[in-house]
Design a protein around this ligand. Structure first.
Ligand code: ADP
Ligand code: MG
Ligand code: ZN
Length: 479
């Protein structure tokens, strides 16, 4: 038995949420009745001419920037020729030779470390139609061409992924980016985001092994299971002295196993050639830069920053990143630099997370702002309010515009720090509870707890507990 290393590469198809299809004016919509959302262009009738949807091109460029790619300001479409009933033209228009984005990378947090997966390319292509197999008769299959011409981008990684769990984490990152950029609805059950999973094994120090590819997997868990199964299958073959042959396999997620579809075709089989009906796609450097600036920091990048720079634990960092409004609040707190990032995240997790959970609200529904939050933290820091008072004041902060001093006053939360007043309370409590005082003197230390409790009670919970205890102890020592 050898210890193999695993290499996984993903080719992920994302349907772009443009209004219209990529080469015609048909609506880009899911769930219409079959073959109603079609025209001569997307049905591939002879003589029909495609024109490129500008929005689809710009979406691809935005994704390219999000994945740190170089943008090809001039890219080209090619024909990928193959015969299949869901492809009426008998070729798919895709980008083979000059894709729109190349040479990028994406970082994400996985298993306690930053992982970087290189992106080989992102290209634009059209989707094919859908085959619907008749449940009652194996001899009949229906064809629905509504999906023909739906714009896709295909995001192709280098084989940098090292485990099935990491493949799922990568894909989750891609989904979060597409969702944030609002360029794909990422409905995986509807097939808006589907991946081909390539897997190979090799021995340490040796080149990557021969890969097998599993097509069109459309859930995170299925990606994990398919990769695990394939690793196992290849390991068994290699351990028994066999060789891996490059194959395309179909993963059946219900049966939890894969089947041979075909031995791997290579590019020659598709007889790629430049699409003669579409001129080169151009985008100006200015427009590309504009698109680059059109989005803020991505959640995967933010998460890594919170964990590695601010030392937040993963769970807290995830929580804060999961809501862009909350993340922006946290960032503005950190920028104000009145307290440390950890101080802020602790308060956010102990008060805000609880409040949002209890009230079923999101951050956006609250009236929290950085200035008053800082002021409340400062009151706590000075010792003018207690921790439990902080919790009460925090709720008022979330629900009103009142200023911090007024909240503390109105709710009567100010800690009693007046020395004379604290002295009087200590004297009174000792006088009313002589037995507890004697007990304490005789070494019953828990009598102190009782006396402190009485002091807090008389002060309505407002006595500064640290000072109160000191004063009580000094009186006890005098007795
Ligand atoms: P094709 O276009 O013929 O499918 P590519 O070379 O473009 O082939 O690779 C497709 C995918 O397969 C990429 O995501 C790539 O990372 C992955 N891949 C390539 N070689 C290997 C390998 N040895 N093991 C695992 N994945 C691989
Ligand atoms: Mg492939
Ligand atoms: Zn059409």
């Amino acid at each position: 038995m050898h210890e193999y290393l695993t290499a996984i590469g993903l080719e992920t198809h994302a349907e772009l949420s443009t209004d219209t299809k990529i080469f015609c004016n048909c609506k880009n919509r899911f769930g219409e009745s079959p073959n109603t959302n079609v025209c001569p262009v997307c049905m591939g009738l002879p003589g029909a001419l495609p024109t490129v949807n500008r929005t689809a091109v710009e979406y691809a460029v935005v994704m390219g920037h999000a994945l740190n790619c170089k943008i090809n300001l001039v890219s080209r479409f090619d024909r990928k020729n193959y015969l299949y009933p869901d492809l009426p033209k008998s070729y798919q228009i895709s980008q083979s030779y000059v894709p729109i984005c190349v040479d990028g990378w994406v970082d994400f947090w996985y298993n306690g470390e930053v992982r970087r997966v290189r992106i080989e390319r992102i290209h634009i292509e059209e989707d094919a139609g859908k085959l619907i197999h008749n449940e009652n008769s194996e001899e009949i299959t229906f064809v629905d061409l509504n999906r023909c011409g739906v714009p896709l981008i295909e995001i192709v990684t280098k084989p940098d992924i090292r485990s099935p769990g990491e493949a799922a984490a990568y894909l989750k990152t891609i989904r979060s980016i597409l969702t944030y950029l609002d360029i794909c609805d990422c409905k995986m059950q509807e097939g808006s985001l589907r991946s081909d999973v390539n897997v190979s094994l090799n021995l340490p120090g040796e080149p990557l092994g021969v890969r097998c590819e599993m097509k069109n997997i459309n859930s995170f868990s299925a990606v994990t299971r398919a990769a695990e199964y394939e690793i196992d299958r290849q390991r068994q073959i290699l351990d028994s002295g066999g060789k891996i042959h490059q194959q395309t396999r179909r993963w059946d997620d219900l049966k939890r196993c894969s089947f041979l579809m075909r031995t791997k075709e290579n590019a020659d089989d598709y007889r790629y050639f430049p699409e003669p009906d579409i001129p080169p796609v151009e985008i100006s450097i200015q427009r590309s830069e504009e698109l680059k600036k059109s989005f803020g920091e991505l959640a995967n990048v933010k998460l890594i920053r919170y964990i590695t720079k601010y030392r937040l634990n993963e769970k807290d960092a995830q929580y804060i990143c999961s809501d862009p409004e909350l993340a922006s609040f946290f960032d503005r707190c950190v920028q104000s630099a009145r307290f440390s990032p950890l101080d802020y995240s602790r308060r956010i997790m102990s008060e805000l997370a609880k409040y949002l959970n209890d009230t079923n609200k999101s951050f956006e529904d609250t009236k929290l702002d950085v200035k008053r939050f800082n002021e409340l933290m400062e009151e706590m820091d000075k010792g003018s309010i207690s921790n439990s008072a902080f919790k009460k004041a925090f709720i008022a902060l979330a629900e009103t515009d009142l200023d911090v001093k007024k909240i503390i006053n109105d709710l009567g939360l100010l800690q009693l720090a007046d020395e004379n007043e604290l002295e009087r309370i200590a004297e009174r409590v000792l006088k009313e509870n002589p037995k507890s005082g004697d007990d304490y003197k005789r070494g019953k230390t828990n009598a102190l707890g009782y006396l402190m409790g009485q002091c807090m009670k008389i002060s309505n919970g407002k006595a500064n507990p640290v000072r109160m205890k000191e004063i009580l102890l000094s009186h006890l020592a005098k007795k």
